[in-house]
Write a protein that binds this ligand. Sequence first.
Ligand code: ADP
Ligand code: MG
Length: 273
Amino acid sequence: STDATQVKPMRVLAVANQKGGVGKTTTAINLGTALAAIGERVLIIDLDPQGNASTGLGIDRRDRNRSTYDVLVGEAALRDAIVTTSVPRLHIAPSTLDLAGLELEVSSARDRAVRLRNAIGRLNDGHAEGTDYTYVLVDCPPSLNLLTVNAMAASDAVLVPLQCEFFALEGLSQLLKTVEQVKEALNPRLSIHGIVLTMFDARNNLSSQVVADVREFMGSKVYDTVIPRNVRISEAPSYGKPVLVYDLKCAGSDAYLRLATEVIQRERELATH
Ligand code: ADP
Ligand code: MG
């Protein structure tokens, strides 16, 4: 359609890796901020009971009246859980520790694995204008549990952060297997968007070896952009700010801006194929 009022499609990406501390939350926050900075309208869905994405974006626990837990148990609409952040065009549906109990609570519900997808599907209900998000990033917990399955079932693609460390590839095959299983059972359109290498240390030979190994193993699925280990990235969350707000000029901000450009570029390539 050439209709000028045509809405840009909403893309849902799950940021997933069952290992903790590999940069999932950092990537969700800062890729989200970078996408918003270049004009996209972004929603982050915090699906980790730890709520690090919510805290890192400065959302006080007292301001999480409605959370992704309420959404997934069916007590709130996703729209009603969303709060704005200090970054224009970046919103978040925060999480609370309640989310840790969700799996048991919904274990016998037939729709337990597609609750997030259904909630996202209802985002525009009763709003003729639509919510107009162009990117939804789901920050997953460090586990291949029901929450991560919900994220994958709701997503167009999975974005996998891999830390540049000795065991980087360990666990990746299990993650890819889960993606295949969700694809077969719940979500045929699911794909791997890309793999982003994080916490790269140029002074460490091991880091460069890991980058080479992962590129050999995963080929073009690996983004060109590598996120450096950068102290500003690790400081920013304690100020409740994305690194792009905390220190726009640092190497970490630059890397996440480049990653955002690459993510959008991949979307264009997918759209024209
Ligand atoms: P995950 O969500 O996968 O558990 P996080 O994004 O919370 O991982 O990152 C784990 C820790 O590493 C956090 O303290 C974070 O601030 C820090 N960190 C993440 N990426 C970087 C980076 N590129 N440079 C320095 N510290 C980082
Ligand atoms: Mg996290």
